[in-house]
Design a protein around this ligand. Structure first.
Ligand code: IPM
Ligand code: MN
Length: 361
């Protein structure tokens, strides 16, 4: 039996408690031998002590691991001289150095979770946002121009390779799913601003070229402004949405907001050979260390990690564990065993963790 080496980076704020909660749940789901967790340093707190947000030994461990599980990073006020946040740099360095080009954000309404959108029920909102994760406006991170304290620019970069691989990823993902809840159609929606900017018209054109090879997946197009309304009015229409980095960052939080918020929003950042998994929320320093945070986003990101590893290595023990973790979370929410604060309950991080583990047993 393979033992999978998982690097964990607790990070800052609530990062340690949610990451350690997810490790506890994954151990419960997989037993003692399937996963080997090794904790490594990184983030803003570590930077304050050492001047390194991503220490070389942590990066090397990530590069040679089977997968990475991260809590959260970033502390307000801990910034570089250019004003950008140090903590986020941990995340961004891993993305760019390991070429994690597909940022996968499942938007799924679980039983027991109330959507702020009236009348939508579990099963009716179930789509995935695939955000291109290594270029777009983020290509300018650390490279923007600031001139005489009176002008600043950041360029939006769209490459053929970048679009081809993320569009292929999104189309392949649609093929693996059961289609949009509304009509069961396998559908890829291209989110862009092709009506205004050539770079986005290029993004759309390359998506269309790739889609030629996927006659079984319906193509749909939505401008980044319009899709924010569609995601509220017809969330059941969506199956897979592909978007450039900046637009993907924005609509993935909107999507999370429609299915219970960032406290339950999982994310998987995937390259050809590496996967970084973490809750889509931030480090929430205001509630750090008080056992108040919800670990569900990180736990569900852990389930995404198990499924990704299971598919990559043909290991059914992992994919079935992923299913069991997701079911334990959904049953726990539906039965109300331990409802976290962000879902209207009073359960503490440790109580939610224990409730999910109990359901796994
Ligand atoms: C996200 C976050 C990150 C981003 C930050 C933490 C670097 O907002 O993953 O959505 O801006 O992409
Ligand atoms: Mn974001």
């Amino acid at each position: 039996m393979t033992t999978y080496n998982i690097v964990t980076i607790d990070g800052d704020g609530i990062g340690p408690e949610v990451c350690q909660s997810a490790v506890q749940v994954l151990r419960e789901a997989c037993g003692a031998d399937l996963l080997r967790f090794t904790a490594h340093d990184g983030g803003a707190t570590h930077y304050q002590k050492t001047g390194q947000v991503l220490p070389p030994d942590t990066y090397e461990a990530c590069r040679t691991s089977h997968a990475m599980l991260h809590g959260a990073a970033g502390l307000p006020g801990v910034t570089y001289p250019d004003g950008t946040e140090v903590g986020n740099d941990l995340h961004l360095q891993l993305r760019f150095k390991l070429d994690l080009f597909a940022n996968v954000r499942p938007i799924r309404l679980y039983k027991g979770v109330k959507s702020p959108l009236s009348d939508w029920k579990a099963g009716q909102i179930d789509y995935v946002i695939v955000r291109e994760n290594t270029e777009g406006l983020y290509a300018s991170r650390g490279a923007g121009v600031v001139l005489r304290n009176e002008l600043a620019t950041d360029s939006l970069v769209i490459t053929r390779k970048g679009v081809e691989r993320v569009a292929k990823f999104a189309l392949d993902l649609s093929r693996q799913r059961n289609g949009a809840p509304r009509d069961g159609k396998k559908r890829m929606t291209v989110c862009d601003k092709a009506n205004i900017l050539r770079s986005y018209a290029f993004f759309r054109a390359v998506c269309q070229e790739v889609a030629q090879g996927y006659p079984d997946v319906e193509m749909d197009y939505a401008y980044a402004d319009a899709i924010t309304v569609h995601m509220l009015k017809k969330p059941d229409f969506y199956d897979v949405i592909v978007a450039e980095n900046m637009f993907g960052d924005i609509i993935s939080d909107l999507g999370a907001g429609t299915v219970g918020g960032l406290g339950i929003a999982a994310s998987a950042e995937l390259g050809l050979a590496h996967g970084l998994f973490q809750g889509a929320h931030g480090s929430a320093p205001d509630i750090a260390g008080q056992d108040l945070a919800s670990p569900l986003a990180t736990i569900l990101s852990g389930a995404l990690m198990l499924r990704w590893l299971g598919n990559r290595h043909g290991d059914a023990a992992l994919t079935s564990a992923a299913d069991r973790v997701e079911k334990a979370v959904e049953d726990m929410l539906e039965k109300g065993d331990a409802v976290p604060h962000d879902q209207g309950g009073t359960a503490r991080c440790s109580e939610v963790t224990a409730a999910v583990c109990k359901r796994l047993r």
